[in-house]
Design a protein around this ligand. Structure first.
Ligand SMILES: [Zn+2]
Length: 406
């Protein structure tokens, strides 16, 4: 069997599916059209399919027919593809551009869908070599909706009977690595991501007489600066944290002091200890400043995703698999974690596995300057679809081979 040439033969079909999903992107946990496209692409395959109840997820289980060691429980491996898009107006000049204004597949999840459907096709065609079961996890709501947790709660990890033995998620990047290059790292691979929501309530009034009011804008601005100072003065530079205020809203007119000011920040950390300190110290700081100025404040630290930690041996297994399939020059070891976050961390909290990157930047681009994922200009090259499909399929085949002899 040559997985690569088989995957190459699926390229037109995967490309069509990817373009179709790309043109009609959907956001959040409810992605009916994307779900329907996945179901019709999987229709002819011998899969046991379960649909999500609290989201439009698709869980598909393929059972291999190769004999494993007798008397042993059936082993299983999970492969994850997320499905959702982002609230971005696509600016990339591609023929399959989004037809929904303000919505774009800017993180390549459309690519993941096509690659995982491709892997399901490849593995179904080679069931006779598969020594166990494969769980295909098509997941909505990765972009802040915790779709993975919804699926974990609904039993995706035991969809094949007993808990899956290993789990993998392949993610494309429109920058970072050259076209077709896989990125690997054991241990910590992605940051935790949380949010801070703050509303300062002062006393509004005429802008010419601030002494008769309590200006919430200047107090909120002081909070923003104080948070930045806190990051440099109260956190170890070798256990970094990041706070960026991305939303600041207040007021209606230059000469009117409003009653309230509101801001929201994204908060990133790389260890559970730093995350815990951020949770406590940021709220303490904001409440202290509000108290000092005699205003009230509602400061909420909103938990989102924890750190994503790759199992060392699963990460090195994935790296070896990619090197064996595509060669050393198509593989890159990451020296440090990436600045993103993932709800695949919800899966890795229960099952050893790995989050692996795949460079999908158009050929000839510069990985240090090409628009990154989540940019309105991000573009992902269809040419890597067969690589992703073959890699996913090979991970499952090989890992089940190993597990069958344990
Ligand atoms: Zn993503």
């Amino acid at each position: 069997m040559d997985l690569l040439s088989d995957a190459k033969a699926l390229e037109p079909e995967m490309t069509r599916l990817r373009h179709d999903v790309h043109k009609q992107p959907e956001i959040g946990l409810d992605l009916p059209r994307t779900q329907e496209r996945i179901l019709s692409a999987l229709e002819s395959l011998p899969l046991e399919i379960t649909l999500g109840k609290t989201s439009t997820s698709v869980t598909a289980v393929l059972e291999g027919t190769a004999p494993a060691m007798s008397g042993q429980d059936t082993r299983s491996v999970l492969l994850r593809s997320d499905m959702d898009a982002l609230p971005i107006d696509e600016a990339a000049d591609v023929p399959y551009r989004s037809e929904r204004p303000g919505v774009m597949h800017a993180c390549g999840h459309d690519m993941h869908v096509a690659m995982l459907v491709g892997a399901a096709r490849l593995l179904a065609a080679h069931r006779d070599r598969l020594k166990g079961k494969v769980v295909f996890m098509f997941q909505p709501g990765e972009e802040g909706w915790d779709g993975a947790q919804h699926m974990v709660d609904e039993g995706v990890l035991t969809a094949a009977g007993r808990q899956v033995d290993a789990a993998y998620a392949l993610h494309v990047f429109s920058s970072l690595a050259h076209n077709g290059v896989f990125t690997h790292k054991g241990g910590l691979v992605l940051s935790a991501s949380d949010e801070l929501h703050v509303t300062v309530t002062g006393v509004g009034g005429h802008g010419s007489m601030p002494h008769r009011s309590k200006d919430p804008i200047s107090i909120a601005a002081e909070m923003v600066h104080a948070l930045e100072t806190m990051i440099t003065k109260r956190f170890d530079a070798f256990d970094p944290v990041v706070i960026s205020v991305g939303l600041f809203q207040a007021g209606t007119k230059a000469n009117v002091i409003p009653d309230t000011a509101h801001f929201e920040a994204t908060v990133r950390s790389y260890s559970p200890e730093a995350r815990e300190r951020l949770r406590t110290l940021s709220v303490q700081l904001i409440e202290g400043i509000a108290h000092a100025h005699g205003v009230t404040v509602d400061a909420r630290y909103v938990d989102q995703y924890p750190i994503t930690v790759n199992d060392e041996s699963e990460a090195s297994f994935a790296a070896t698999t990619a090197i064996d399939l595509f060669g050393e020059d198509k593989n890159m070891h990451l020296a440090r974690p990436l600045n993103g976050s993932e709800d695949f961390s919800r899966v890795l909290a229960h099952v050893p596995g790995a989050f692996i990157g795949l460079g999908a930047m158009p050929v000839g681009g510069d990985p240090s300057t090409a628009p990154y994922n989540h940019s309105a200009l991000a573009t992902f090259d269809d040419g890597v679809l067969p690589m992703g499909a073959a890699f996913n399929a090979q991970l499952a085949l090989r890992r089940l081979d190993q597990l069958a002899t344990l």
